[in-house]
Design a protein around this ligand. Structure first.
Ligand SMILES: [Zn+2]
Length: 409
């Protein structure tokens, strides 16, 4: 019982325990070094030790009583006495930050930065820690400013540049995101072309949505110079539709499908995204209908072996109220392949729609026995983040183009 209580107390007082351990370590250091001390007179060192012990003892007491503010004050006093304690402060600051006590972490790191007696490299480290405090606390502007201050002192800080990239991508400031990715590509080993292409596509997309198609096209050309990413090609396809370049649109669609048959359903979802209130909307959707009918007429053997391509066709046919044609296509496909759950569901729906109830029941039974339930359409291959939305940059782990497609039933 007592043991359990102690354990519970330990959980709630992690900081106190750490403080006590720090104190013990300091005392240990003192004892070890006492004999080696040559520079300072014994009397002087003893008085330092006395003061220090008192401070740490006070701090520990404050922590035990739950008064963390006073505890920090005591800890900060101690740094005047012993430069070795700086490491203790970094540890404590980091501990506060990971505990979510951002303001305390900030005050520790600020007091370190303000100190005269520390080396430049320690100051830089403290500044970096401070930036991370702001970052974690959600003080975006201050985090940006402080990270930039770090770079002013030393530009060769890959993790700092990376943090700035993440922040600017988070807030959708694509100009800045672009600048820091370029900087990262100069400092780091990893090739950033793919990501830079994505960033430029995002920038181009905002222009597209504003109806600034010419500027959008130019931005997109830049994106292609870095890397012909899927998202870049899809946006180019949408621009072809706006400009009425139907032959180019057909060719690009075919190229996209051949490269990434998996993305077929997704390509058509993206193409539907157009501001319906815009003056260009009517023409755009007219041209999109033409592109769709070109796709429906495609009879490429390679393409038709992809379930995603077949599913896209089925969905388009159903939109056009051509259930019979959809059924015919799927029936033929199921006989040759027949492994995809989502296509089985579509097949059952079509059986019902075309009045083949008996077979629908049979198929349903078979399906239910083998069904793997899946809840979202997309997931991140890096961290497993789930979403129905399309994300080129994972909102959870911030990696680009880790999106994977799942058959949603
Ligand atoms: Zn992720």
């Amino acid at each position: 019982m007592d043991y359990l209580l102690l354990l519970e107390w330990g959980k709630n007082n992690a900081l106190t325990i750490v403080a006590v351990i720090f104190t013990l370590v300091l005392i240990y250091h003192y004892i070890i070094e006492r004999d080696k001390a040559v520079k300072l007179s014994k009397k002087y060192r003893n008085s330092i030790f006395e003061a220090q012990s008192k401070i740490f003892l006070n701090a520990s007491q404050y922590l035990i009583k739950g008064n963390k503010d006073l505890a920090i004050k005591e800890f900060l006093n101690a740094v005047d006495l012993n430069r070795e304690t700086i490491e203790t402060y970094f540890a404590l600051g980091g501990l506060f930050r990971s505990n979510g006590e951002i303001e305390k972490a900030i005050s520790i790191h600020r007091s370190l930065i303000a100190r005269d007696s520390i080396s430049e490299s320690t100051r830089l480290l403290a500044l970096k820690e401070l930036a991370q405090d702001f970052d974690k606390g959600g003080f975006i502007d201050k985090a940006i400013e402080t990270y930039k201050d770090v770079l002013k002192i030393n530009r060769d800080q890959q993790d700092v540049i990376m943090a700035l990239c993440r922040i600017f991508e988070d807030i959708g400031d694509w100009d800045q995101a672009y600048n820091y990715r370029i900087m990262l590509s100069k400092v780091g080993q990893e090739n950033q072309s793919e990501t830079i292409s994505h960033i430029l596509v995002e920038k181009a997309k905002t222009l597209f949505n504003k109806g600034e198609y010419k500027a959008c096209w130019e931005e997109l050309e830049d994106a292609f110079r870095f890397s012909p990413s899927v998202s870049a090609k899809i946006l180019r396809l949408r621009l072809y539709l706006v400009f009425g370049k139907m032959e180019d649109a057909n060719a690009l669609l075919l190229e996209l499908l051949k490269e990434h048959p998996m993305y077929a359903t997704f390509i058509f979802v993206s193409l539907e995204q157009f501001n319906t209130k815009s003056a260009d909307a009517e023409l755009y959707f007219e041209r999109l209908a033409k592109l769709k009918s070109y796709f429906l007429d495609l009879n490429d053997m390679d393409l038709m072996s992809s379930p995603s391509v077949v599913l896209s066709k089925i969905r388009l046919l159903k939109d056009l109220h051509r259930s019979d044609a959809a059924f015919e296509l799927l029936d033929k496909w199921m006989k040759g392949n027949g492994q995809s759950e989502v296509l089985k569901v579509e097949f059952i729906k079509l059986l019902i729609e075309t009045g083949k109830v008996e077979e629908a029941l049979q198929q349903t039974n078979g399906l239910l026995n083998n069904l793997h339930s899946s809840l979202t359409r997309h997931y991140c291959s890096q961290c497993g983040y789930n979403s129905d939305e399309i994300f080129w940059r994972c909102p959870q782990c911030h990696n680009w183009e880790t999106i994977q497609f799942r058959w949603k039933v």
